[in-house]
Design a protein around this ligand. Structure first.
Ligand code: SF4
Ligand code: SF4
Ligand code: SF4
Length: 215
């Protein structure tokens, strides 16, 4: 990518199986502190079984969303940062300069995607930096490279939008006009759209008796 191009992500909900390889590979590569996850995978579900004309029918649905920072074109986080630590840099990537961050958490409260993550150990905010050092070397971000189902892609957002049909206003994410996220999501047949209140969201801390540091 060229430095003046806008970085973005593509996520295919027809391919994502919620394995969390992207989340864990990011955490491992960035050596993130306990409780800090730059990419998070949520299970989204809803619906129920119901009686319809003496037949039991169902409208249950489920899908996964893998979400990090969307390096928004109108970022809520940079607007509220009192020190300018949260800033847009090359490739349009939004990153936090930890030396200037005073840990006030204003960015975390402003971001509708929960992207900025407070690092209790350092006392500063941390977040997805688009694996910027890898982009400089013409390498892929770790999360997109590690997805075993090729559900994630990164690149110039204009090219991703031209290549894939999709949108970013997918439940439980906010409507895309809030921050203009550089994100394209290919919905599955089950996908609900932003504002749909029938969805429930899970990010289990414990599965089959094993505890995970994923929230
Ligand atoms: S690695 Fe791929 S399939 Fe697995 S949760 Fe992440 S995006 Fe989904
Ligand atoms: S997703 Fe949140 S942290 Fe990332 S650029 Fe947008 S508003 Fe800022
Ligand atoms: S681009 Fe890099 S920092 Fe951002 S979620 Fe993916 S692996 Fe993590």
């Amino acid at each position: 990518m060229k430095k003046d191009e806008q970085f973005g992500f593509y996520l295919d909900l027809n391919r994502c199986i919620g394995c969390r390889t992207c989340q864990l590979s990011c955490k491992d590569y960035h050596d993130s502190a306990i409780g800090v996850n730059f990419r998070r995978v949520f299970e989204v579900e809803g619906g129920s079984w119901f009686d319809s004309d003496k037949t039991i029918k169902s409208d249950v649905f489920a899908y996964y969303t893998s979400i990090s920072c969307n390096h928004c074109s109108d970022p809520a986080c940079t607007k509220v940062c009192p020190t300018g630590a949260m800033m847009k840099t090359r490739y349009g990537i939004v990153m936090v300069n930890q030396q200037d961050c005073i840990g006030c958490k204003s960015c975390a409260m402003a971001c509708p995607y929960g992207a900025p993550q407070y690092d209790k150990k350092s006392g500063h905010m941390s977040k997805c930096n688009g694996c910027l050092e890898r982009i400089d070397e013409n390498l892929e971000p770790i999360c997109t490279a590690s997805c075993p189902f090729r559900a994630l892609e990164f690149g110039n957002i204009s090219e991703l939008r031209a290549k894939h049909d999709g949108l970013a206003s997918v439940a439980p994410l906010p409507k895309e006009d809030v921050t203009l996220p550089n994100l394209v999501i290919n919905p599955s047949k089950d996908t609900k759209f932003s504002g749909d209140r029938s969805v429930r969201m899970h990010s289990p801390e414990k599965y089959q008796g094993v505890e995970y540091d994923i929230v």
